[in-house]
Write a protein that binds this ligand. Structure first.
Ligand code: WT7
Length: 635
């Protein structure tokens, strides 16, 4: 039996048990068999959650790009590493082989060096989903620079905050980007951001849209001419296992964004190992994750995890609705995608459209479907299963976080029997614990609590860049000796986990603990409902009451609203109980969402509480315009 590739449920349990009983032996075997090291570790793991300090594969030496690129050259040099699918389907896709990726990364690495970047320097990358983004990240990793990718949909002020927090001396961007029918003036946003970033010395600008932009003398340089002149040879920097690989910002429930710092060896081992198993990737498969590389999903499961396995990974520049709502399925057919990984919010938005958009395309290549980012509701799960997977591709509902670096709880397809809305079982090496309000661990099955992890795993973030105290306070102070995820979860009668949503979303109504996700599930099952969000607001008698924001499908828009409210309430009463019926239901045309598609409940809570004086920064929302509409129609 190999620890690396899990083939059936019995093997999963064997591997899992071993990973808990002898974690060090377990991870040592995984690391030894499947990666290229310049020097092996002296010690597999040392950890102390009270400090917190976590070190994996201590004193090992490596470069992650040797694992993601160089070692595949001899046997797979001509294999496609990255299929780049542009925004406009009329533009040709690119197939970048491992050999070509190697050359591109070396050239880019040399350009970084010529512009003064050294090991340990932070480089901010603000690029759309074009090949230069992947190449830039790998080039940083090659020379030991720390990349900090900022999603290219963020505003100038969000970019400036992140650039300064990481103290980046270089920024890499493009003239602009394509997004559906629109073009976005990225360089203009960068120029505005950099007015507040005195430490950025160099801006490298990739040409993508060919717009006429301002180039600041002495600071801004066109990237392509520099790449053309750069040498194809570049020796990798030999990195320590615990040297930083990248910083990635995630928003906290309060305060400034947190720069999660990930290190080299543990991150590599864990993302590669999870990728292999959770997508059951086989030689010659084509894998597609629709996320943007600006999020952790893209870092771990578009770039590092797939490339470490020598996989072919699709990088998509466009959006699901352009030129029409069939775009995802067109791309699946075109590139014969075998594994498809997306977010529930995308599934729900596509499920609202006519089925013709799906039925036009041949989806028979699909073997595994993935979901990530938020709880997937029953209705979306079934739509995905019936119409995309045709009931034969297992759905992997993968639970994890920016902080965890890799997938933590997930089915293994063709191994773990699936159950809609359940992330099912912990991945080998992951030891979850459910805690009650008093801080006691809830043992056994059929329990409901706060989700913690009680043992380190290789890809966990090591700190918040520049603020270790905040790292400790946020993740290691709520429960002694445990990493606190901020999520609630239940464990069912067979030990399957269901993530019930952020704990800050739990609402206590008349002393009853209500998770928002199951209520939203019940509402969404109403045939006229497209999407919904439930928040709490203060109530004299009940402590808290519920306020529902509901988006209707086209078919529901013409119906009598009072009747709809009654039906929705009945549905909730039937599925959960009368206690879960919202006090107020407001029909809205959209919900305020973050760029990664998460509902901004903080804003909805304020609106529900009639406290709209200080809504905070709404400029980074995907759709800031809906906020005013919701306020003006609120109760
Ligand atoms: C939060 C982390 C992990 C990459 C994308 C999001 C929620 C994530 C699931 C899932 C239910 C999920 C959790 C988590 N979440 N995946 N499969 N089921 N909830 O990364 O922005 O760091 O967000 O997303 O609440 O804590 P992130």
């Amino acid at each position: 039996m190999s620890n690396y590739s899990i083939k059936n449920l019995e093997e999963y349990f064997q591997v899992y048990r071993k990973s808990v009983r002898e974690p060090e032996n377990f991870w040592e075997e995984v690391a030894e068999e499947h990666f290229t090291w310049r020097k092996k570790w002296d010690n597999v793991l040392s950890w102390d959650f009270t400090k917190p300090e976590i070190k994996w594969f201590e004193n090992a030496k490596l470069n992650i790009t040797e694992n993601c690129i160089d070692r595949h050259l001899l046997t797979h040099g001509d294999k496609t590493a990255i299929i780049w699918e542009p925004n406009d389907p009329k533009e040709d896709a690119l197939h970048i082989s491992y050999k070509e990726l190697h050359e591109r990364v070396n050239k880019f690495a040399n350009v970084l060096k010529q512009n003064g970047i050294e090991k340990g320097d932070r480089v901010c990358i603000y690029l759309p989903m074009i090949p230069e983004l992947s190449v830039a990240m790998l080039a940083c990793a090659k020379i030991g620079a720390i990349h900090s990718v900022v999603f290219a949909g963020f505003s100038a002020s969000a970019l400036a905050t992140r650039t300064n927090d990481a103290d980046c001396k270089m920024l890499i961007t493009s003239d602009g980007s394509f997004r559906g029918e629109k073009t976005i003036d990225l360089k203009g946003i960068v120029d505005k951001a950099l007015e507040d970033c005195p430490n950025v010395e160099t801006v490298l600008v990739a040409k993508r849209i060919g717009s006429d932009i301002n180039m600041k003398e002495g600071r801004d340089k066109w990237l392509q001419p520099l790449l053309e002149e750069a040498s194809e040879e570049c020796e990798p920097e030999i990195m320590d296992a615990e040297d930083p690989l990248f910083i990635l910002y995630t928003s906290g429930s309060t305060g400034t964004p947190k720069g999660m710092l990930h290190t080299t060896a543990g991150y590599m081992v864990y993302t590669a190992y999870t990728f292999k198993n959770i997508f059951q990737y086989k030689e010659n498969d084509v894998y597609w994750c629709t996320a943007d590389i600006g999020w952790i999903t893209g870092h771990s499961y578009i770039l590092y995890g797939p490339l470490a396995n020598g996989a072919t990974t699709v990088m998509f520049e466009g959006i699901p609705s352009y030129p029409d709502y069939g775009r995802f399925w067109e791309v699946v057919e075109k590139h014969k995608v075998n594994q498809f990984y997306t977010a529930p919010t995308a599934i729900r938005s596509l499920a609202k459209r006519k089925l013709e958009f799906v039925e036009k395309y041949d989806l028979s290549s699909l073997k595994v479907l993935g979901s990530v980012g938020e709880p997937i509701n029953e209705e979306a799960w079934h739509w995905y299963n019936d119409n995309i997977g045709k009931k034969k591709s297992p759905i992997v509902d993968t639970w994890w976080q920016t902080e965890t670096g890799g997938i933590m709880i997930s089915p293994i397809p063709y191994v773990t029997p699936s159950k809609p809305t359940y992330a099912t079982l912990p991945f080998p090496g992951i030891q979850p614990a459910l805690m009650d309000a008093e801080g006691k661990e809830l043992k056994g099955n059929q329990v409901d609590g706060r989700l913690c992890i009680k043992f380190p795993w290789p890809s966990m973030a090591r700190t918040i860049y520049g603020n270790h105290q905040r790292y400790k306070d946020t993740y290691f102070s709520a429960y002694e000796n445990k990493y606190f995820t901020g999520d609630g979860a239940m464990r069912d009668e067979v030990g399957y986990y269901r993530i019930t949503g952020r704990v800050d979303d739990v609402i206590i109504v008349s002393g009853h603990n209500l998770g928002t996700a199951p209520i939203e599930d019940a509402i969404n099952e109403h045939p006229a409902v497209a999407e919904s969000a439930i928040v709490g607001f203060p109530h004299e008698v009940k402590g808290n009451a519920l306020y529902g924001f509901v988006i209707l499908k086209e078919t529901g828009e013409s119906r009598n609203q009072d009747n709809l409210r009654k039906e929705i309430n009945q549905q909730i009463a039937d599925k959960i109980g009368p206690i879960a019926k919202p006090e107020k239901i407001q029909f809205v045309s959209g919900l305020p969402k973050t760029r990664s598609g998460k509902i901004m409940r903080r804003i909805l809570r304020k609106i529900a509480s009639n406290d709209t004086s200080n809504l905070g920064d709404t400029s980074t929302l995907l759709n800031p315009e809906v906020v005013d509409e919701i306020i003006s129609n609120s109760f």
